[in-house]
Design a protein around this ligand. Sequence first.
Ligand code: FE
Length: 199
Amino acid sequence: MTSTDAKLDNSNIVAHLGGILERRGGDSYLGEDVTMLEHMLQAAAQAEAEGADPALVAAALLHDIGHYTGEFPEELALEVNNHHDEGGAAVLAPFFPERVVAGVANHVSAKRYLCAVEPDYVAKLSAASVRTLELQGGPMSENEVAAFESAPDFEDAVRVRRWDEGAKIAGRPTPDFNHYALLLQKLVDAHAKDAETKG
Ligand code: FE
């Protein structure tokens, strides 16, 4: 049995995420000086240090989980293109509150946004991030900028993006994944409870 055959539910999703990062987190982060796991933990640590809401700490921690959609049951990852922002949102959506999912979904758009509105932002991007910018559609157009700024989760998106960008520092110590396990589980439980009342 592969990991993708395992049935995921609210009781095992956090362990599943931890397992993915444990097994695969050593992958290099798109040619940066940090591994995927270091990158995701550094993003979460910055969110936590800023006193961000738990949903945003979770979004920071999981923003790149879309690079591992192959670790999720096919029906969750189905119909998702190769874009890791949408892929990550799709696999998290059944388990996490909308705010977490939106933070993950919007982190690439926020990069395209910042490249459009902050002249020196592109210069601050790492070489790998400049390379992917083109594939991601380049800086936003004026219309896209206006639409993005009026979206309700606009500010969250930009914050997650800045933590993402700041999470590429070789050797910076952070708490490990387990430090966030309870925070994640509380979000999963809150989402389940919410779905129950709505259902
Ligand atoms: Fe990232």
